[in-house]
Design a protein. Structure first.
Length: 323
């Protein structure tokens, strides 16, 4: 049985209590309700799952303060994978948490200890100005405080158990975390993205993320199938927050993934491939949103999806060229 933290008189407006000792923290990255970190609390012990960027760390620490939790109460910092909107703040956060360990997928561990290659890879995608503005200087984690996870590994947090699953497809350095107390997965980007602006009377809308450079559709399908085997009640997404109706969302996710792959394959050798991928993805998402009952105009939808369309086009192109 989960034991939540002592109730705070008032949580900051960027912290939402989701029940079962799970708190969603809006990291402030890009726009409101775009990028989440999670604080899981049980029997006076706590762990962070995903951190956002360096600039999110004050919000994460403020969440601890609001819940009356000391820095020493945090046992672990767990990035779902090492993309910077999920793990950019791990090193800085660890500096403030004297007893915490960083638990990282084995393919990503070295990048948390020495983030120089990670920085250069992101620099090639985003450029120097965006890196300085949105991510800041990356701080490495002391190797003595960092540990690789493995598939099936379990972690006790207070009275609850967390379990790790290797979930490639979005990235090869991705794991998801099963929380037995809430019967939900912390999915990072494996189960896609779902922005609250697109919610309708039909519920949430979800789409896949093919961020470069390790997107692989077949492993991604297998990872989603594995998550569903646990019959989760909820998925805790980094982008953004908790969603239910898991089976319905999974069906839509897999349909959009198949369409993305088919568009990519049809344009494998096309002229102006990147621009045409972007156009195809926008048209596909707008059609899906209209079927979902979204009443936002096309220009608003396009603006909300701009970053993801660009990254998905880049990720599909890398996969097509590799395949």
């Amino acid at each position: 049985m989960s034991r939540p933290a002592s109730p705070a008189s008032r949580l900051p407006d960027f912290v939402e209590a989701l029940g079962a000792g799970v708190y969603c923290i809006d990291t402030g990255f890009t726009r409101p309700r775009f990028d989440a970190a999670y604080l899981v609390v049980d029997d006076g012990r706590a762990s962070f799952i995903d951190t956002g960027t360096n600039f999110a760390v004050p919000r994460l620490l403020a969440a601890l303060d609001a819940l009356g939790l000391a820095r020493e109460a945090v046992d672990c910092v767990i990035p779902t994978h090492v993309h910077l909107d999920h793990a950019g703040g791990v090193g800085r956060l660890m500096q403030a948490l004297p007893r915490a360990r960083a638990l990282v997928h084995p393919r990503g561990l070295r990048h948390m200890i020495d983030p120089s290659a990670l920085y250069q890879g992101a620099l090639a995608v985003y450029g120097a100005d965006a890196m300085a503005r949105e991510y800041g200087e990356l701080i490495g984690v002391d190797a003595a405080r960092a540990e690789a996870t493995h598939d099936g590994m379990t972690l006790r947090l207070g009275a609850r158990t967390l379990r790790f699953a290797d979930t490639p497809g979005h990235a090869r350095h991705h794991h998801c975390i099963w929380d037995e107390a809430s019967e939900g997965w912390f999915t990072g980007d494996t189960f896609g993205l779902s922005y609250r602006e697109f919610d309708t009377e039909r519920g949430a809308w979800l789409f896949p993320s093919a961020t470069p450079v390790q997107f692989e559709p077949e492993p991604l399908r297998a990872s989603v199938a594995r998550l569903l085997q646990a019959k989760p009640r909820s998925m805790y997404l980094t982008h953004y927050s908790r969603v239910g109706e898991v089976e319905r969302l999974a069906q839509g996710f897999l349909q959009l993934l198949q369409h993305m792959v088919e568009f990519g394959q049809s344009l494998r050798t096309a002229d102006e491939r990147h621009a045409r991928l972007r156009e195809a993805f926008l048209a596909m998402y707008l059609k899906s949103l209209r079927e979902h009952g979204c009443r936002l105009d096309d220009a608003t939808c396009a603006a909300l999806l701009e970053v993801d369309i660009e990254l998905n086009a880049q990720g599909l192109a890398v996969w097509l060229d590799r395949a």
